[in-house]
Design a protein around this ligand. Structure first.
Ligand code: CU
Length: 172
């Protein structure tokens, strides 16, 4: 009985090693690093806004990044008025902090109400409607992009299409 168990374990261990080897090979095979990085990302930020926050220490930011070049990654954002800015994804009302967001090649990255958003945290002062907040976006490849983000009314939503049930920040 004992002998049998040992054999079984060995078989399992062998399988696990084979699996790891296969994964390692697949990782090498993707080859995207060997390409010459001559084609660069070409980013353009538009439509940025911050709804005037209802909370004192937190505000959400929305924007759109168009990319006419190679793939890039939004890795962080900073602002003088926020002690910290985190990147959030939101799917089906569930919010998750992300380390980065992909900006696909010849594609776009959208931050919209009810979806992805920047969370400006530890606000040093509360942004008021009508003013502009300087935010700098940091990317994996591209140089940082500094934008002036207008503060809009609390309910502002350029994409509103009759669906406004989500988007509240109760879970913060
Ligand atoms: Cu959030």
């Amino acid at each position: 009985m004992n002998h049998r168990t040992t054999t079984h374990r060995r078989a399992l261990a062998g399988g696990a090693i084979a699996l790891v080897a296969a994964l390692a090979l697949a990782g090498c095979g993707d080859g995207s690093d060997s390409k010459d990085s001559a084609d660069k990302p070409e980013l353009e930020v538009s439509g940025a806004f911050i709804p005037e926050p209802t909370m004192d220490d937190m505000a959400a930011g929305f924007l759109r990044i168009d990319n006419k070049g190679a793939a890039d990654k939004l890795t962080s954002a900073t602002s003088d008025i926020a002690g910290d800015i985190t990147l959030h994804s939101s799917k089906g009302g569930v919010m998750k902090e992300q380390d980065s967001f992909d900006v696909p090649a010849d594609g776009e990255l959208d931050f919209t109400r009810g979806g992805n958003h920047l969370m400006l945290e530890k606000l040093k002062r509360k942004p008021k409607q009508g003013e502009k907040v300087a935010v700098t976006l940091h990317f994996q490849k591209s140089d940082p992009v500094k934008i002036e983000v207008p503060v809009k009314e609390a309910t502002y939503n350029p994409e509103q299409q009759g669906e406004s049930a989500h988007g509240s920040h109760k879970s913060h």
